[in-house]
Ligand binder design. Structure first.
Ligand code: GDD
Ligand code: MG
Length: 435
């Protein structure tokens, strides 16, 4: 791959937000490619050889969350994931009246024989996984009936436990409803490119789609950004600006469903429910590590967190799930920013105006608290989790050696820890652009 270095970097305490990076060549050859001139010291374009990307793939788990998607679509997604990655599918597909999960599992296991892929497939409501959450001290994922809750975020958190137990160093997420296997392949390569250039054990790569094709008046139109992310990005940037005093547009991936993290970062972040999980990554990183509140992990202060935003070349085409779905996703993003202890009263007002203006909430109404927060998974005893599932058929590849593992005392949610503490919030927030 040939990729530009980030043009800008915005710093917030130890967090480095890198600007969007453009990819100039998807495949730039092997390590010792012929005709390749020696890298120039100050080149703004980096060539990443196939081998360097493969090295990262070998240490990466790719999580595919599924809920009642078409099997043909999922098959395409699997086909696009580079061979060396460990794939973990967490499905929350229906079990009754038709057992869609059973059909899905059967079909995917069959096709994986042809792909020679070793895929771990689990159901979100698997009773052993439920028991593992309970016994390891991570009941947060369970509902009143004692089952693991529905939701994409909940599936992702559960799969982060499994990815940790696989012993891999990186975890990446790919939605299962992507129509282009080529796009899936590209996203994973871009995750690898980000990690290859990262200098910190705490880093994250988020994909900024180049375009999203739509039919407009019988023609194909390649929209640049999704409608939800446009608003999420604007508010997240306003939050950063309110502390730095400088306007910024650095965040362009507020809702990035396609993202990857080092495992060290993934197990240390708090999460939030549903589709607010991706904007909350930003919020929680600022809350935990931004330097305004206490920083619970000294190593993060030392190494810093690096966030890469990489612009993909393939268009992003996925299942259309309706207007209501898009609106509720946007409301969730707004709620999670609004509820942050870092959100100043003036930014709260800006958020309200934005959602009133878009008709997502009736004028004068308050934002309802619909989201749940989940503490970082280091709060769970991961050895106990492993012991509970160790004899399950899917656990064969989840046997990382934890004999030296020490469970540190659970610290709970960062946002609860700061309750009652004095936070110096900015008095004013730069006004968002005119609507
Ligand atoms: N395991 C599991 N459990 N998976 C789920 C669940 C669940 O309860 N609900 C949805 N999924 C799966 C879907 O099958 C799909 O593969 C993926 O999660 C994303 O869900 P979509 O419903 O397709 O979301 P979207 O396309 O509207 O939004 C995506 O893109 C946004 C913008 O990038 C998501 O990835 C969002 O999180 C993201 O913000
Ligand atoms: Mg989708």
């Amino acid at each position: 791959m040939r990729i530009e270095i980030p043009r800008e970097v915005e710093r917030f305490g130890p967090i480095m937000f890198h600007d969007v990076q453009k990819v100039y060549e998807l495949d730039a050859g092997l390590k010792h490619a012929r005709n390749e001139s020696k890298p120039k010291e100050k080149s703004v374009i980096r060539r990443l050889s196939y081998e360097s990307l493969q090295e990262i793939q070998e240490q990466m788990c790719i999580i595919v969350p599924i809920r009642n998607e078409k099997i043909k679509l999922i098959e395409g997604v699997l086909c696009g994931i580079p061979h060396h990655c460990q794939v973990i599918i967490v499905s929350n597909s229906d079990r009754a009246p038709i057992d869609r999960y059973h059909i899905e599992k059967d079909a995917l296991e069959h096709v994986c024989k042809f792909m020679k892929k070793n895929v771990i497939i689990v159901h979100q409501k698997d009773p052993k996984l439920r028991e593992a959450c309970e016994k390891s001290g991570y009941k947060f994922l369970l509902n009143e009936e004692g089952e693991i809750k529905n939701g994409k975020a909940e599936g992702m958190i559960l799969s982060t436990f499994l990815a940790f137990l696989s012993g891999k160093k990186y975890i990446g997420f790919i939605d299962s409803d992507n129509y282009f296997p080529g796009a899936v392949h590209e996203y994973v390569q871009e995750y690898c490119a980000g990690f290859h250039t990262s200098k910190s054990d705490y880093s994250m790569v988020r994909i900024a789609w180049h375009s999203k094709p739509k039919i407009v008046e019988s023609n194909l139109f390649f929209a640049k950004r999704g409608r939800v992310s446009e608003h999420t990005n604007k508010i997240l940037n306003a939050l950063i600006s309110s502390f730095t005093g400088y306007g910024t547009e650095i965040i362009k991936t507020g809702n990035a469903g396609e993202h990857a993290m080092t495992m060290d970062l993934a197990i240390n972040l708090d999460y939030s429910s549903g589709y607010s999980i991706e904007p909350y990554h930003y919020i929680n990183m600022l809350e935990r590590f931004g330097g305004i509140l206490d920083n619970p992990i000294p190593a993060v202060l030392k190494q810093g967190i690096e966030i890469f935003q990489i612009e993909s070349r393939n268009p992003h085409l996925h299942e259309v799930k309706g207007e209501e779905h898009v609106e509720s996703m946007s409301m969730e993003a707004m709620e999670v920013i609004y509820r942050s202890p870092l959100c100043s009263p003036s930014l709260k007002q800006e958020i309200l105006e934005d959602i009133y203006h878009r008709g997502l909430l009736a004028e004068g109404k308050k934002i309802q608290e619909t989201l749940t927060y989940y503490p970082a998974i280091v709060n769970a005893n991961l050895k106990v989790f492993q012991d509970v599932i160790k004899n399950e058929p899917y656990a064969e590849l989840l046997q990382v050696d934890l004999s030296n593992y020490k469970h540190s005392k659970a610290s709970g949610l960062q946002r609860d820890l700061v309750k009652g503490k004095k936070i110096n919030l900015p008095e004013s927030t730069p006004k968002l652009e005119a609507k």
